[in-house]
Design a protein around this ligand. Structure first.
Ligand code: BES
Ligand code: MN
Ligand code: ZN
Length: 492
């Protein structure tokens, strides 16, 4: 809403401020000088993650939460996101369901390219920060939950139109991210392959997309032998899901693919019991594909995008695939299954082979593929690989903008030898050294000549601790990359 500080009305204004930055004089006057007083006393210094809540008497701005974004030269969108996260947490402590942010004050020094982007980042981050999964908890009447549901943006000098569009865009992105988080958070007995297929069908019905779903019989008929091999140990039926958003005329599509292992026990190569319950999020790549597809529908993006989700459990049983088995694949290549716990690459192999039929301009897959990526990059970056340097570079920059950082790992020819098999065309593990890279190389075998990049999100799809704008648990990574990647391509 367009207003001057004296006319702002809100229960809680979130005010990001850099170190040493004085608050706007109009705003300071409208809040009785509490802001400048807090700074003068040294109560608030603007360092990264500094938070000070001040109550305001006799103003339509009832409270201000001042949030530090650190040194001016360190200003970034990520610092702005953190500040909004602190604002939402403050609102939660106060049981306030509404916050406001003054757009003009949130982008000092011009480090945010324009007001639309600022608005989009603020709204997206606030809704992502506010999200919580409570479906399976009985509500406690004595402890009601007051989620932040309303974000008001004040604009003074910046154009209202751009801000409004940006805010709507940000809400759509957040909707996609939060859809993905809900899917990844749901336990394996609820978020089954069939549940992912229903979710896809609902998105298709709502936004006029085409949705194709293959069940076990269909997967068998179509020759998706690698997916079938992983699924053969489960009672729960696998699904192969394809969503098509066609709003880009006759341009070749891009394909996004997500690993949809709804529970990964390791199969016959059983994982240890410790923390095995976390393997319900082994469909985070699939969740991000569905979240992004929903966002494309909602924003009516003028692009051709195909989302592919191979979905199955990975369980041990008398019918399960065994170490040493040699299986086929849609592509025709034979695979020696050395370790049944390296199942993600098997189902992605068939998805990549399927994707090539669309003659896409590029394909991007996401998977919680290897524990090794946590050893390589920790929890701070997605492992990025591909067969096309320009695409890898493009995706890395996309991640930087979207707030989901990626770091490239090399697919040098030397690593390929690690997945040579004595009995088949390729084997599904390359041993301990460079485990993420050999997994990437395995996928590359099935991507063929299509420009392709791969995101290993095993270290970033789930958080063991809370961050300012993300709670513990599912992060929605890499939904924001998928969305930003396709959006930017649609505009070029
Ligand atoms: N889903 C796991 C990878 C994973 C590990 C995701 C930790 C999230 C957190 C994957 O299917 C797997 O089991 N990979 C094996 C591969 C190995 C057998 C070559 C791994 O990383 O140990
Ligand atoms: Mn596994
Ligand atoms: Zn897995």
């Amino acid at each position: 809403m367009k207003a001057a500080p004296a006319d702002f009305r809100t229960p809680l204004l979130v005010l990001p401020l850099q170190q040493g930055q004085a608050p706007d004089t109009g705003l300071d006057a409208a809040t009785g000088g509490v802001l400048s007083a807090a700074i003068a006393r040294g109560d608030f210094r603007g360092r990264k993650d500094d938070v000070l809540l001040v109550a305001v008497a006799g103003s339509r701005i009832e409270r201000v939460v001042m949030v530090g974004t650190g040194k001016t030269e360190e200003a970034s969108l990520e610092r702005l996101r953190r500040a909004i996260g602190h604002g939402v947490r403050t609102a939660e402590r106060l049981r306030q369901g509404a916050i406001a942010v003054w757009l003009d004050a949130a982008m000092p020094g011009g480090y945010v390219p324009d007001a639309g982007i600022a608005a989009s980042v603020i709204v997206e981050t606030a809704l992502v920060a506010a999200w919580d999964y409570r479906d399976l908890k009985t509500p406690k009447p004595e402890d009601p939950h007051t989620p932040v549901e309303a974000v008001t943006l004040f604009v003074t000098d910046t154009p209202e139109d751009g801000a409004r569009r940006g805010a709507g865009y940000g809400a759509t992105v957040a909707g996609g991210v939060n859809l993905a988080r809900g899917l990844a958070t749901r336990p394996g007995n609820i978020a089954t392959p069939a549940f992912l297929a229903e979710t896809a069908q609902n998105i298709a019905d709502r936004w006029g997309m085409r949705c194709t779903v293959l069940d076990r019989a269909g997967i068998t008929r179509e020759g998706l032998k690698a997916l079938l091999a992983v699924a053969q140990g489960s009672e729960q039926e696998p699904r192969f899901i394809v969503l098509e958003h066609r709003a880009g005329g006759d341009r070749p599509p891009v394909v996004i693919i997500g690993k949809g292992v709804t529970f990964d026990s390791g199969g016959i190569s059983l994982k240890p019991a410790e923390r095995m319950e976390e393997m319900k999020y082994d469909m985070s790549g699939a969740a991000a594909v569905l979240g992004a597809m929903q966002a494309f529908g909602e924003m009516g993006l003028r692009a051709n995008v195909i989302g592919i989700v191979p979905a199955t459990e990975n369980l041990p049983s008398g019918t399960a695939v065994k170490p040493g088995d040699v299986i086929g694949s849609l592509d025709g290549k034979t695979i020696e299954v050395v370790n049944t716990d390296a199942e993600g690459r098997l189902i992605l192999a068939d998805a990549l082979a399927w994707a090539k039929r669309y003659e896409p301009a590029a394909m991007l897959d996401a998977a919680t593929l290897t524990g090794a990526v946590v050893i390589a990059l920790g929890h701070h970056a997605i492992g990025l690989m591909g067969n096309d340097d320009a695409l890898v570079d493009e995706v890395q920059h996309t991640g930087e903008r979207a707030g989901e950082r990626c770091w490239p790992l090399p697919l040098w020819a030397e690593y390929r030898e690690q997945i040579d098999s004595p009995v088949s065309d390729v084997k599904n593990t390359g041993g301990r050294p460079a485990g993420s890279i050999t997994a990437g190389w395995f996928l590359r075998e099935f991507a063929g000549d299509v420009p392709w990049a791969h995101l290993d999100v095993a270290g970033t799809a789930w958080r063991d601790d809370a961050a300012p704008y993300l709670r513990k648990g599912a992060t929605g990574v890499p939904t924001r990359i998928f969305i930003e990647w396709v959006r930017a391509r649609a505009e070029r």
